[in-house]
Ligand binder design. Structure first.
Ligand code: CP
Length: 331
């Protein structure tokens, strides 16, 4: 594994080993320092609490040093496209940025969200792939336009430590949010669930379908790993009998470039597409999951997120342990 860009960069056996390694870090059994004397760059084009703090702490705990860079903020604005006449507002090209940085560091973590402007371009993860193209050191995806593998591996670890290793009935449900959001988290959660052979139900209203190529990959992975995938747009039956509820809002890909149209499309969905106590009562005593940050009483009611079945803080903690396992494997 040279880079870690999506969960399917590893197969099921390797993913199991990664979770075992993360659980050893969590239990305090492992205290090795594979990053001793090394630095890792963390490049944030977008805000973060969990990813930034857990990576910085994880690198420290592995004996290394984190170099945090914010293009357009505390470091120069970056151009990632090839052959561009750079007479606009971008100061440095990613080629030089990466080649300079890798003289100092042993890996580069990158956070670069979808801008929700141009679906056909953004679905190809252009900025993350430019890092991959130029870097000779490992690149770690800290959430791109299409994938958030560190989050999803922490989610899979959380399901395993809470409910055990057997496959589970897992619901990924769209939720109403006042504005469209990127779809990296639902993409990666669905893909990872399929790779772990869970029985996955994906619930969303019409207009919020995931990427077709990714759905085909999710269906392939589910079939190969003994799981299943089903889709529903009926929020009233979606929760029936599931053991895991994973809530996330995302934007409709046909609305990329027209935020107002997405907001108009979703206006009628607000009352139904929220995770509340009545929906959780239809489940098989499901745990509630969300990657955070979450808008209380918009995505999920206080009663659900504050209940004993909510594992959102465990998910956030597990980011630290799984990322230590990922960095140990990569570097
Ligand atoms: N879940 C997650 O990635 O959180 P941050 O955006 O705060 O890093």
């Amino acid at each position: 594994m040279k880079n870690y860009l999506k969960t399917s960069d590893l197969d099921r056996v390797e993913m199991d080993k990664l979770i075992e390694s993360a659980m050893q870090f969590k239990a305090g059994v492992r205290a090795d320092k594979p990053l001793a004397g090394k630095s890792i760059a963390l490049v944030f084009f977008n805000p973060s609490l969990r990813t930034r703090a857990s990576m910085q702490v994880g690198i420290y705990e592995l004996g290394g040093n984190a170099v945090i860079l914010e293009p357009g903020g505390s470091s120069w604005t970056l151009e990632h496209r090839d052959g561009v006449v750079m007479d606009g507002n971008k100061t440095e090209h990613l080629a030089e940025f990466v080649h300079v940085l890798e003289r100092y560091v042993s890996a580069i973590g990158v956070r670069t969200f979808a801008e929700l402007k141009d679906w056909e371009t953004e679905r190809t993860d252009p900025i993350l792939n430019a890092f991959k193209k130029y870097a000779t050191v490992p690149v770690i995806n800290l959430e791109s336009a299409m994938h958030h593998p560190c989050q999803s591996m922490a989610d899979m670890m959380t399901i395993r430590e809470t409910l055990g290793p057997a496959k589970k009935k897992v619901l990924l449900t769209w939720a109403w949010h006042p504005k469209p959001l990127p779809m990296a988290v639902p993409n990666s959660f669905a893909l990872a669930s399929a790779q772990f052979g869970h029985d996955l139900r994906i619930a969303h209203p019409p207009g919020y379908e995931l990427d077709e190529e990714l759905i085909a990959e999710i269906e392939r992975q589910a079939a190969a790993n003994g799981g299943s995938v089903e889709f529903t747009s009926d929020v009233h039956t979606a929760f029936d009998g599931v053991e895991v509820v994973y809530a996330k809002s995302w934007g409709g890909k046909q609305f990329y470039g027209d935020t107002d149209k997405d907001i108009e499309h979703r206006a009628a969905l607000r009352n139904d597409w929220i995770v509340d106590e009545a929906k959780m009562a239809k489940t098989d005593n499901a745990i509630f999951m969300h990657c955070l940050p979450v808008r209380r009483n918009v995505i999920v009611t206080d009663g659900v997120i504050d209940s004993p079945r909510s594992v959102v803080i465990d998910e956030a903690e597990n980011r630290l342990h799984i990322q230590k396992a990922i960095m140990t494997k990569l570097i």
